[in-house]
Design a protein around this ligand. Sequence first.
Ligand code: BGC
Length: 760
Amino acid sequence: MYLKKTIGSVLMAVLALNGTAQTKPASSKTKMDQFISSLMQKMTVEEKIGQLTLYTSDLDVTGPTIRAGYKTDIENGLVGAIFNAYTPAYTRKLQDLAVKNTRLKIPLIFGYDVIHGHKTIFPIPLGESASWDLNVIKNGARIAAAEAAADGLQWTYAPMVDIARDPRWGRVAEGAGEDVWLGSQIAKAQVQGFQGSSYDGNTILACVKHYAAYGAATAGRDYNTVDISTRELWETYLPPFKAAADAGVASFMTSFNEISGTPSTASNYLTRDILKKQWNYPGFVVTDYSGIAEMVQHGNVANEKEAGEAAINSGVDMDMQDAVYPTYLKKSIAEGKVTMATLNDAVKRILEAKYKLGLFADPYKYCNEEKAKTEIMSAANLDAARDAARKSFVLLKNYQQVLPLKKSGTVALIGPLGDSKRDMIGNWSAAGDFSKAVTLLQGMKNVAGASANIVYAQGANITDDKDIARQLNEHGGGITALNADSLLKSAMEIAQKADVVVLAIGESQGMTGEAASRTDISIPQSQQKLMQAIYTLGKPVVLVLMNGRPLTLNWEEAHIPAILETWFSGTEGGNAIADVLFGNYNPSGKLTMSFPRNVGQIPIYYNAKNTGRPADPANKYSSKYLDSPVDPLYPFGYGLSYTTFSYSRPTLDKTTMKVADKLNISVTVSNTGNYDGEEVVQLYIRDLVGSVTRPVKQLRGFQKIFLKKGESKELKFVLTNNDLKFYDINMKYTSEPGDFKVFVGPNSRDVQEANFKLIK
Ligand code: BGC
């Protein structure tokens, strides 16, 4: 009854406004503008500030506090949005408070960290990026949105597009890796997946984060200071954000870090100037959790009131959780420190998002319990998660074709991650129901059926480091502290009797993600001990890695015949890994972050500069280490298949290219092995001389192709002037005439090249 009344009055308001423009029907934009401006005329300053206020509800909190009286604040019209609340029933309850009890009945937006799936969990984003399959990635975001929307949500804090070159940083798990170009393609696909082409009730607002350069945290320590050049900001860190903005992302989240002395949440340069002016961005900007109040600790302001002024004046529209705007902004406005125009602009952006979602027309549009029952964890969603998972795995080594395994004999699955449901779905799997996750043990039984005898032993604790275990367990780590000797003994017993050993080891889910930086990125010692003991038995061993970041794997690469990187692969992970182990799916993933040999090489990434003294083993005075090679253990773009592929040299249709030309590149790829399979064919360029130095390689294209065994295919790539542009010495985005190289190959290292010249 009440709902009908609300809809009715909103519709009447819209109709009344429309009535003024009878001759020509108003565009939907005009209608929205009229509706919002009429609403804003009725709003008090407090109600306006309320729209800028975002509080957490009582689930899954990542920061320090919950505002005890947040429900009363909603009833008083002092809250614009809520996060960490979901299910149609619960969001309906909170929405009731906003639209039944408040003066202006403005609906709330419900936000949440829907990062790699909502209930059906997909691989962690770093894993999904390794699929190099934009359709799979887009579809994953679409399903995440559909489940979230069916569960009462309208806004996700994703995609995370921070370029990450430092695997010590635990949040590399949440992004698409180290490459700017690939990261930008993936950002776009994710935004399109979450938001679709309209807010039809199955799609939600996306929020690209963390703006900006959070991935450049000094020493890989989370939340740490960032100090990078303007050039580095524009060349490396901003492009994925620009791609998301161009794809129409509804909101931006500022990052926790400072950049060159200014916290992002107070950066006029980033938000007011670049985002809102230069990019003309129409959406709204939210802080990260308590990002405004934290400025007092940063030391760029003396108190929270000043922090709020710095934030809103720099273009930050919504305050996540720290209640600085509702506490101080009115006073700041009265004192002339913040103008009404600034406040109005922020309010308008947020109301527009609500309007576009259709919440004014129906505040309960996303509270459909029937839909929740059919959409969430549907068979189709689970199938898509299984497919995404197997496409995300990267085969790092397969000496003498240990893989795929036969579906016969005795297979010993050993390791603390072999039967762990919680770890399977990884970090940032917020609403993910891990009780429904398929572990590797279960998956192997499902896929191999009765023809193979699958036996399991835990073998080791995830870690025997008491302090690490304590820290992880304080946040739901689930790390056991069983007797290491007896765990090992049982594992050795089953391994001895087995034909092959599958070792499921790596990190637990809590070892990566937010606030999970590590200075040592090897497999924890307790598990290394297990692995080395199993190795002494001389059985064929397959290492199935589960982890959220590149690891250092020198011993493993030197000793273990087969290594499959599976990240944290999601609800259907166990089935997906088993599909690959037993040859039902031929692995095709390629790394999107370099795997270093040791922590001393970090940061390490393929698109580095040459230096004046490139590494040369014969020359002491060249850019290298005394105690380590310079190159990574596994380079960007690397990943094997059960089959093998050969590449022809790339051929170009011209050696001189004019600015308006298209350069056509052909390469023939052949499947030379014994299995049908997919290959990610990669194309890189190098600009040999620039007004500023250029990287030794830059990805500019890829194609994921399927080739039957024995099949060959000629692939065409096209480069245009756009692909050759960069920020020149004057920071102008342009190309420069001169010599270029084109490289094509299966990864960033093993390439063949051709040359051309750009003339103007
Ligand atoms: C994280 C964000 C996240 C937010 C809300 C913060 O701690 O940095 O990525 O979206 O919490 O949960």
